[in-house]
Design a protein. Sequence first.
Length: 225
Amino acid sequence: MIVAESKPFKEIYEWVKDLKKICVIGCGDCVTVCHMGGQKQVEELAIKLRIAAKREGRELDVKEDTVLRQCEQEYVEPIGNYVNEYDAVISIACGVGVQTLAEKFTPAKIYPGVNTTFMGAPVKPGLFLERCAGCGDCVLDITGGYCPISRCSKSLLNGPCGGSVGGKCEVSKDIPCVWQEIYEQLDKQGIINYMDEIRPPKRWSTSTGSFPRKLELKHLQVEEE
Ligand code: SF4
Ligand code: SF4
């Protein structure tokens, strides 16, 4: 799932301080699971915005809405019925959702109410940890299912650095050294010999930062008239 964190309220209010009518739009998927952008958070943000405006002696009309999945064109379709009647939209979906609204509803102004942070997993109530960096060339087959790209502070591929002490990363005592975890996992799986293999330099051309990536399924594409 995609994990996000609310932007500081001050930053959000700055966008709307001179506006009269805005919408706050949430997403019922990942950001609902991490308690940052679902219906409840839409209601909370809308109330805070109305109160902040009232304190300045003005009325702010805030429409609230949440779609099932803001990153998909079909799901955001109903927003088109009203979005351009408003001065701006604060989307509290991930960056993909914000961009879906911006592309579909031009010239509506769409602002990001959350900072999209990482792809991760809820490991216990209230704790989400990064698990994948979308490197485009997965190596989990040789690391016992533990990702050294997102979970090693240096994204090392050939074992731990010299800073791994007592199973902890040198960056912080709160961060497990994933290479210690990989070692223990491979040992349990009876393939500890994987640790001895030297991995050649990774293919980074498929990773973020190289070019805007895409997945193209030609057999599913419909020619536009
Ligand atoms: S190796 Fe790459 S694709 Fe696989 S989990 Fe790690 S970052 Fe994600
Ligand atoms: S201590 Fe472990 S997790 Fe931290 S940077 Fe070194 S190898 Fe990576």
